[in-house]
Write a protein that binds this ligand. Structure first.
Ligand code: HEC
Length: 204
């Protein structure tokens, strides 16, 4: 018995990655759907994904250039800008939403408060907050390093509204497009990154 296992282990370990079967995307979609038999109707879109997610999944997040360009163009086109083109809100509210992971979880229905952005789950922002994830780059001194330039302020708004418009197949959520955050909340997150008085830029 032990020998059989040993042989099996050797065979499995020796199988080259290329020879392993790729999971069938349709079977994966069906399994996800079957896992949520009682999901409310407004979850339906979250279970299938849109064209961008499909193209990213099929190419394992490395789409060929023409597909990447098409993703970027499509995602840029769905960004909604503040009517007065003022991208900077209140950094204190931005810090609160960066800390908050509230929203879209099983326990958040029906919604009892505004969604958060959960930015700290993936980014360092202020020095004071020592608990943060590192999936995304550090955003410490983000505005200062960009001289608070107006085009960098607009780019930060676009990045948060729709991460794929700047970087196709990003693993950062599309907060505006997917209606996780409102335009006002995104402006607050931009303020956290781009206001000179924000602790992100004063180094606190
Ligand atoms: C699930 C992880 C995740 C979350 C949550 C997340 N991000 Fe990101 N973010 C990333 C990753 C990964 C990158 C780098 C790849 C890219 O640029 O898309 C990134 C990039 C960025 C960039 C561009 C950085 C640069 O080099 O210019 C900004 C700005 C940013 N995030 C802001 C935010 C803000 C603000 C929030 C919260 C509202 C947030 N992120 C939430 C993962 C995340």
């Amino acid at each position: 018995m032990r020998i059989t296992f040993a042989i099996l282990a050797v065979v499995l370990c020796a199988t080259p990655v290329a020879a392993q079967q790729r999971p069938d995307p349709a079977a994966a979609d069906a399994a996800v759907k079957a896992g949520f038999p009682t999901a409310p109707a407004d979850w339906a879109a979250r279970l299938t994904g849109d064209d961008t997610l499909r193209q990213c999944s099929v190419s394992r997040n490395s789409p060929p250039k023409d597909v990447a360009d098409a993703i970027q163009k499509r995602e840029l086109a769905n960004i909604v800008y503040p009517p007065d083109n003022n991208f900077i809100g209140d950094w204190k509210k931005g810090e609160a939403l960066a800390q908050s992971g509230y929203g879209l979880r099983f326990t958040d229905y029906p919604a009892r408060q505004a969604n958060g952005g959960n930015c700290y789950a993936c980014h360092q922002l202020t020095k004071k907050e020592v608990s943060y994830g590192t999936l995304g780059p550090s955003l410490s001194e983000y505005g200062k390093l960009r001289d608070f330039k107006p085009e960098a302020v607009k780019a930060a708004y676009e990045k948060i509204y729709n991460s794929h418009a700047a970087f196709p197949c990003s693993t950062m959520p599309r907060f505006g497009t997917n209606k996780v955050l409102t335009v006002e909340q995104i402006k607050d997150a931009v303020a956290l990154l781009m206001s000179p008085e924000s602790p992100v830029n004063t180094g606190q």
